[in-house]
Design a protein around this ligand. Sequence first.
Ligand code: NAP
Length: 286
Amino acid sequence: MSAPARAACIVGWPVAHSRSPLIHDYWLRRYGIAGEYRREAVPPQQFAEFVRSLAARGYVGANVTVPHKEAALALSQPDEHARAVGAANTLWLDGGALRSTNTDVEGFLDNLDACAPQWDRGLAKAVVLGAGGAARGVVHGLIGRGVARITVVNRTRRRAEVLRQRFGKAVHPVDWADTALLADAGLLVNATTLGMAGQPELPLDVRLLPGHAVVAELVYAPLATPLLRAARGRGLRTADGLGMLMYQAVRGFALWFGRTPEVTAELRTLLEADLGSSADKAGGIT
Ligand code: NAP
């Protein structure tokens, strides 16, 4: 007798533009798993009830996207990643308990490992642009890899200072105008929304980076942001936002469907085609 089909979903408000169903449907097909991954548009006032009734709704777990990530943390038993970042994007039922994690942390790191092997070897300083939710995941991940100095540059300086309070003395808040900060940066990460379709370009000259620097972009719509194009033009190693999007999905699939999936070239092609054909091209949410 075959095992009963399992189901998971992505919960957001709105949720129509999410690429997560494409990713999980691809893996379900690839591994011949009789499971389902659905979209659930749930407004904030109904989120707590939805999460508490996940099992009754037939779900073994869920991805959580804007604007529910902080609420998901509060309603679940978070692991160390979700607690450190202050937001959860993946939920799963573990016996009677609802557990959570934040897979942006491993998505960011695994993508860098795949695109720029040994990027952290001898890395003395990283520069992170942005201080929002994504930047928190990046900073937590970099600290976990032992990066001793993380310069955080943010339009609103106060938010960068909050990251220092949260993550400690490895974090150094700096102003945008300080261009000297790039000269010794072994890793540059764009965790702002700048460079996204419909947003201004990131005002940054990649020629100020050293020749060994790696550039990681979190924005994935467009696929090749002006930052990535400039970095590749200079011959720097890069990791793009689409790669992170794929890698952050791995853990949820493994937890819900019992198999650790592979990030394949075929999956990337599928997502690239979808991003290329989508009318808004803004993407934006996982
Ligand atoms: P968020 O919490 O809203 O933070 C946005 C960040 O962008 C803040 O640091 C904000 O600065 C900065 N920013 C916005 N407009 C700006 C402008 N005009 N000039 C300078 N800085 C500006 O968003 P988030 O959740 O951290 O997401 C950030 C980006 O990461 C988004 O593009 C998102 O799609 C992407 N992301 C990608 C993945 C992936 O898997 N690839 C995962 C997560 C997020 P202030 O603090 O001054 O407002």
